[in-house]
Design a protein around this ligand. Sequence first.
Ligand code: GLU
Length: 485
Amino acid sequence: MTELRVRFAPSPTGYLHVGGARTALYNWLYARRHAGTVILRIEDTDADRSKPELTQAILDSLEWLGLDWDEGPYYQSERLELYRARASQLERQGHAYPCFCPPDELQKKRQTAEAAHRAWKYDGTCRDLSEPDRARRRAQGRPWALRFRTPESGRTAFDDLVFGRIELENSEIEDFVLLRSDGQPTYHLSVVADDLDLRITHVIRGADHLSNTPKQILMYHALSSSQPVFAHLPLILGPDKQRLSKRHGATSVGAYRDQGILPEALMNFLALLGWAPPGGKEIVSPEEMVEQFDLAAASKSNAVFDPEKLAWMNSEYLRRMPLEALLPRVRGELEISGLWSSAFSGSERQRFEDSVRLLQTRARTLKDFSESGRAFFTDDFPYELEARRKFWKESRLADWLRDLAQRLSNLSSFDLEQTEKCLRDLAEEKGIRAGVLINAARVGLTGQAVAPGLFEVMRALGRERTVRRLERAAAALAPSAPDRA
Ligand code: GLU
């Protein structure tokens, strides 16, 4: 059996967006499932729009997602000779011809056709020029492009692994350009030349390329080569069923990384945009995906990108992640947001771990550790306005919190049971509900109205810091006190 070879072929004219990432993932899963080879090819022949920093960003995003490759990256900009050689071969064998039509003339013809609501297709002006005519035009130095000679009759058909049988009358396919007048290959030429040269057996790509496939198949026929198997993946739509775009929010993989989404969650989410594992399980590990992935089971209906589902999936991954795996991720997040302290890997290691464990079950993204969880990692946090309004209303609170701080510092052991008893006893003595003290203390300790259980928060912060924060809250509660801790 021939070895299975797939390629992912991004154009570095933008960042890696979720559609491209899903294509990369499906190639990767298919190859890993069938012990095939993944090839990475950078389609950078458009010199004006391709940027090296975008190539790097694409490589970084693939790596971050955990999608590795076995060969490449190949750069199309370094392979122009190969494309020109294929173009010459096609021309020599009569499958391509030089077209001398000036671009402005073509433009005019197209506009006239469009004005009359006729579909425009190259009219073949140069298709049957005689050799002497061609030679004369060349001798005059007239610029020319190379066009593919599409058969006038017959039909081109292929069996797409996802979309099934697709057929097109050749008469509907125009004589498309292979080489532009400046000698640059078009997408069709470079992609077919490369897929042949790299011995690609399966072309897995977005459904936006479906209409390109018959043209490319005609080229394989003309080159007397067998064509790869094609599998086109459905479009990705936003929740409003319009094609996913920036209007819907973040679309690049890098933006999701910056929002604190875990790569394994994004990978899982992308895998389900067009495929469902048997049994309809939603949380699927990369190993399970590789074991079960099947293009024949992929859907041809458009997939809907639901950011809420991604957020849910991310929180599931966070919740299920073993603490040892989560700690370095949170460290990374704290470093980015300037909250990391070297003490967290030394004298305050325990506090760091306790805090992460406590926040883990509620976090939806890694950002939650540095944002809503900020007070666990630094003393420099604000008291949220809403929280103060709601829970710092009672005029005697400053005294009560000071009292609570005093009592906590005298406890024989600063554990969950004793801290809770201490607070409840105080509430009873003062004749108030424990909730009043709990809520007020929570704002003092975390700046927020909603946070993990108060006594667990105390334990994570430790006695000294808890006492200090309660005293600081009491001071802030006094009129005209600053509202920042
Ligand atoms: N470079 C093309 C793109 O980014 C992919 C071409 C292909 O897969 O044939 O859409």
